[in-house]
Design a protein around this ligand. Structure first.
Ligand SMILES: *Cc1c(COP(=O)(O)O)cnc(C)c1O
Length: 222
């Protein structure tokens, strides 16, 4: 399968899920997760119509973003964030989905250049009930939301969650439902970043607006 064929299959799966389930989002943005993939693969996906891409590792991402700077791409950061990487993230990316600490949010706001538009932010919530997984716990969310709203160079757009790896559809739905319910408490938040190659239908059925899809587009990672 080529990248273009895989993209067409994913678009078909998205459309089908939107028809199958009630209350799905009318606009769903497919984000191609290009971590470990070459700039060449990204350009191939772009030529097939894909413009949103996500990366998890700053050092790997920056050279690719620079190489592809001539293309009108939107870059999303979805990986764990260390303090010493916030400056590069603030300046090179359009979206950050993995904000879970106030300290990181403050640095991103401070380091986003004044000439740039505010950085789009999703707060990552731990929906898998696994202690070692990243993301803020639901009970700590209201406080972080309130604080992030005061940061001038950030625009809080929504919530992000990663479901625990399981093939049970109802278990996937249960985790995404929890994120949906949390997001509904904030009427200024429009985005729900959830759904990966293995659980995108469950995520769509619970209102996902931003899908982060890697291996189903580019093939299995090494
Ligand atoms: C790698 C990754 C994805 C994509 O996963 P696939 O299973 O390859 O679709 C999505 N979200 C995050 C946070 C990731 O790290």
């Amino acid at each position: 399968m080529t990248i273009a064929e895989n993209l067409a299959i994913i678009q078909q799966r998205i459309k089908q899920a939107q028809q199958q389930y009630p209350n799905t989002a009318t606009k769903i943005q497919l984000i191609a997760v290009s971590k470990t993939r070459s700039a060449n693969d990204i350009e191939t996906a772009y030529q097939a119509g894909q413009t949103h891409f996500a990366e998890s590792y700053v050092q790997e991402a920056i050279p690719k973003i620079q190489t592809l700077a001539h293309l009108p791409l939107t870059w999303h950061f979805i990986g764990p964030i260390q303090s010493n990487k916030t400056q590069a993230i603030a300046q090179y990316f359009n979206w950050v989905h993995s904000v879970a600490r106030l300290k990181i949010a403050r640095r991103l706001s401070q380091q986003r250049l004044a000439k740039q538009t505010p950085l789009n932010i999703c707060i990552q919530v731990n929906i898998s009930q696994e202690a070692q997984k990243s993301g803020i716990f639901p009970q700590d969310l209201p406080q972080l939301v309130k604080r992030i709203q005061t940061l001038p160079q950030l625009k809080l757009q929504g919530l992000m969650g990663i479901a625990s790896p399981c093939n049970e559809f109802s278990q996937q739905q249960q985790q995404f439902h929890q994120l949906n319910q949390l997001q509904q408490q904030y009427d200024f938040m429009n985005e729900l970043s959830m759904g990966m190659s293995n659980d995108l239908e469950a995520a769509i059925s619970k209102g996902a607006t931003l899908l982060r899809i890697g291996s189903a587009i580019f093939g299995k990672r090494q």
